[in-house]
Design a protein around this ligand. Sequence first.
Ligand code: FES
Length: 126
Amino acid sequence: MLNFRCSNDTSILHMPKVKIDDKSIECDKGTNLRKLLVTHNAHLYNQNSKYLNCRGIGTCGTCAVEVIGDVRPSKPGLLESKRISILNPENIPNFRLACYCYIESDVTVIKHNGFWGELNKDNETA
Ligand code: FES
């Protein structure tokens, strides 16, 4: 005899959205943030870092972005923390390396200024 159960969990039906600049990109939960942004030609890299980056192996730091929303891991691990600590002189909040982050829910991504994205746009004077 077959036994089917229905789940009331509708969270599996919701595809997270990643907002960056004027784009809103839907993706599967667990998608790597860097891969998603590169695939959709979103603004992840500044200046020549578009060409001079480590392609997501986590060593260059040029994919640094502010991430507002849930990603996995929720906090940077040891290697990511070390890399970020030298890249964030202006203490941008929620500063993460996109290649280390996996989407868990709707997320807003802000690429700040500077080669690595280390210069906070909010600190600019008009
Ligand atoms: S792409 Fe180089 S650290 Fe993420």
